[in-house]
Design a protein around this ligand. Structure first.
Ligand code: 5GP
Length: 128
């Protein structure tokens, strides 16, 4: 159950359906704690999403509710996927959107991995 103030987990969200294998994804990694797959609408030459297997709405939920093993396993997977994608030498960005101001669209915690070109400023200057 997410902490007070956060929405309940929606079992029908698109990443829950990808986890259950109900809709296809181009997976690049899977282990006990996480799966990773290419974003359907890539914003960089490499744009991969890493998601925990557990049902967590956002980073706020995951950091509060997940076990130590899930947290460690998930973040190890993030680093491992970036390495396996060949992003370490030239660098990459790991990003998570949380809630309305973060622009989160899919309510299953995920980390975006972007790479393959210089990525510019962290946040658009316009705030758009
Ligand atoms: P958010 O804005 O929630 O941080 O990012 C959600 C991401 O999920 C977006 O980059 C979007 O392109 C991606 N996405 C949405 N639906 C699908 C889907 O069905 N398959 C895949 N692979 N990615 C998706």
């Amino acid at each position: 159950m997410p902490p007070t103030g956060l929405p309940p987990y929606d079992e029908s969200n698109i990443f829950a359906r990808i986890l259950r294998g109900e809709i296809p994804s181009r997976r690049v990694h899977e282990d006990e704690f996480a799966i990773a797959f290419h974003d359907i609408n890539p914003q960089a030459p490499v744009h991969v999403l890493v998601i925990p297997r557990g049902a967590y709405v956002s980073l706020a939920d995951f950091s509060t509710s997940a076990s130590e093993a899930e947290i460690a396993g998930f973040w190890r997977a993030v680093g491992r996927v970036a390495k396996e994608l060949g992003l370490e030498a030239q660098g990459y960005r790991a990003l998570t959107n949380m809630g309305e101001h973060g622009g989160q669209e899919v309510p299953h915690f995920h980390v975006h991995l972007f790479g393959g070109r210089p990525l510019g400023r962290m946040v658009p200057a316009s705030g758009a």
